[in-house]
Design a protein around this ligand. Sequence first.
Ligand code: NAD
Ligand code: UDP
Length: 318
Amino acid sequence: LPRTGLARFSGTRPRTGRVPVGIGGRRQRIVVTGGAGFVGSHLVDKLIARGDDVIVIDNFFTGRKENLVHLFGNPRFELIRHDVVEPILLEVDQIYHLACPASPVHYKYNPVKTIKTNVMGTLNMLGLAKRIGARFLLTSTSEVYGDPLEHPQKETYWGNVNPIGERSCYDEGKRTAETLAMDYHRGAGVEVRIARIFNTYGPRMCLDDGRVVSNFVAQVNGLVALMESEHVGPFNLGNPGEFTMLELAQVVKETIDSSATIEYKPNTADDPHMRKPDISKAKELLNWEPKIPLREGLPLMVNDFRNRILNENEGKGM
Ligand code: NAD
Ligand code: UDP
């Protein structure tokens, strides 16, 4: 199939002059799969603010329309309810492929569906990228390092992953997604970008996410910097500040609620014992590093959680 020449298509569209234009001085059409989710919706905000046309594809498994409701009515924004496990035809310049539940609570809920999303979903989006000549960014994860035997983890580390464990649908799924991305890159010349995101927190996160918080969501800047760069990756995007779970619990007590009590519970299966990104590569090649310390970021997330819980309770007449 011939490439459809999307660059030409978007380049000839009239500019209004009122909106800022995207990188390179022209508006781009960008798909964000999983754009109704936590990280995706912040990314969409950034792209819209930059002046791009954004299409979100989401099946609303963990994502919520509320995360995007402020964009409804914006002519540069489009929301499609679609499951990436099914093929789709679109014409765009760039694909940010985020669709996949990220929290263990959600990805263990239906492990086979998680695998299908990671493998078939990524295959479909890469097939789309190949057909239309779009650049493709995968949001992979620090989970590809498994329970790491190297500390801190550099991108060159191959990981220590249990292939048959409860978390495998996610970590092996993402490892296969990375493999697919590299095979489409080497075999079909698709321009791919791979980000390995470490635990991220912030407003709009699922209330029941339940993961350790480390890196504030402002890191979507890292995703955009990677997409616009000439580097394939993978790149670690995370916060190298290290703390124990007890230290984290104490920060939560100090910054959020001094009356909170700390409980000790058994850990879940295959949970990594230590993880810390080596981000020298992202610093050097993308000029990216996290900027928001935990003590500043935590209250921003907690205010958002409080407001949402309040609104939900009001909705129930409580
Ligand atoms: P999230 O659960 O908030 O968002 C995922 C989005 O994908 C949701 O809107 C969900 O409805 C959608 N989705 C899931 N399966 C889909 C499917 N089959 N078809 C279409 N849409 C589907 O998670 P998040 O924290 O925003 O994570 C986004 C991406 O970043 C994921 O790929 C995740 O693996 C990756 N990541 C996140 C973190 C983190 O700490 N948040 C860490 C590492 C990697
Ligand atoms: N695909 C898609 N949209 C497109 C092009 C492809 O969803 O615009 C899907 C397609 O249905 C297939 C997958 O992407 O399942 C891989 O496509 P590719 O052309 O690379 O492989 P093939 O279809 O030749 O096996």
